[in-house]
Write a protein that binds this ligand. Structure first.
Ligand code: ATR
Length: 277
């Protein structure tokens, strides 16, 4: 029997999830299909019945990662921690939500031998991605987290949520004041959309020139593969990592939730080279 999977979001023009999952079906010689559903919000409810009956899993992307919650039977693990879901397991008529973005991010760090344990981390952005990764990093043993966001109230909300559950020092500030934190920051993570194609000339951190070579810089943007932030980080002698590994690993973890199979690291490396976007 053919297994059906899908991605819901709006708009979906730029997504390469389908390409990744199709490569996994090929690798495992699975009879499966990954379909795109560019849906208006009002359509989600009526579609869920079909998904529950005929599909084995869904990915959920912008702008529905939070909105999907009201259509699910249960939300587990990071899905509950983040209050946002990117993967739905459909089994026996039930829809269970998870979030694999944080796991994808932590795997990317591990693969690059970057630890957050006891470290001081700066996070740029407090949007969908930032508000998910910050509690994940805090929960992984970071000593201090500084969330820098143009809309400071959003950073404050994320910080408050972290303080309620983890004993990690959490500070918030405006990105213009990043300089004072760069003096001691061990890992800097950009979660904003600044510098993403087609606006790849934009720089997400004005003070980037002040980056010390000891700071590892991770930009979760993967298109372009080397953002302006990563270019400056490299010039300053920092370890500089893009978001392609995170994208691939969040897809691998979703695939594992659906099938029980975790694709090998060699396949991740192969796809990093072969994916075209
Ligand atoms: P995502 O789900 O990809 O995180 P999002 O929720 O729209 O997308 O969040 C985008 C992030 O990029 C936010 O932190 C946003 O800052 P604000 O919360 O202040 O809006 C940040 N961002 C987007 N454009 C920006 C810009 N031109 N300058 C600074 N920050 C920007």
């Amino acid at each position: 029997m053919k297994h059906l999977y899908g991605l819901i979001g709006h708009p979906l023009g730029h997504s390469i999830s389908g390409e990744i999952h199709r490569r996994l079906y090929e690798y495992y010689q699975m009879d499966a299909e990954y379909r795109y559903f560019d849906l208006e919000e009002e359509e989600i409810g009526s579609r869920m019945n079909d998904f529950r009956q005929n599909f084995s899993g869904l990915n959920v992307t912008i702008p529905y990662k939070k909105k999907i919650l009201s259509y699910l039977d249960d939300v587990r693990d990071d899905g509950a921690l983040f209050g946002a879901v990117n993967t739905v397991v459909l089994k026996q008529g039930k829809a269970i939500g998870y979030n694999t973005d944080g796991m994808g991010f932590m795997k990317l760090l591990k693969q690059n031998r970057i630890s957050v344990q006891g470290k001081r981390i700066c996070i740029l952005g407090a949007g969908g991605a930032g508000s998910a990764l910050a509690p994940k990093i805090a929960g992984s043993g970071a000593e201090e987290i500084v969330i820098l966001n143009r809309s400071l109230h959003k950073a404050d909300e994320v910080a408050e949520r972290i303080r309620r559950s983890v004993s990690c020092t959490v500070r918030t500030d405006f990105p213009d004041l990043a300089g004072k934190y760069l003096k001691y920051c061990d890992v800097l993570v950009n979660t904003t959309s600044v510098g993403m194609s087609p606006r790849s000339e934009e720089l997400s951190l004005e003070a980037a020139e002040q980056l010390r070579s000891e700071t590892a810089v991770v930009d979760i943007i993967y298109n372009p593969r080397k953002t302006k932030l990563l270019q400056i980080a490299e010039q300053n002698g920092c370890t500089a990592i893009n978001g392609l590994g995170m994208l691939l690993y969040q897809a691998f973890y979703a695939f594992e939730l659906w099938t029980g199979l975790m694709p090998p690291e060699a396949l991740e490396q192969q796809l990093e080279h072969e994916l075209v976007f």
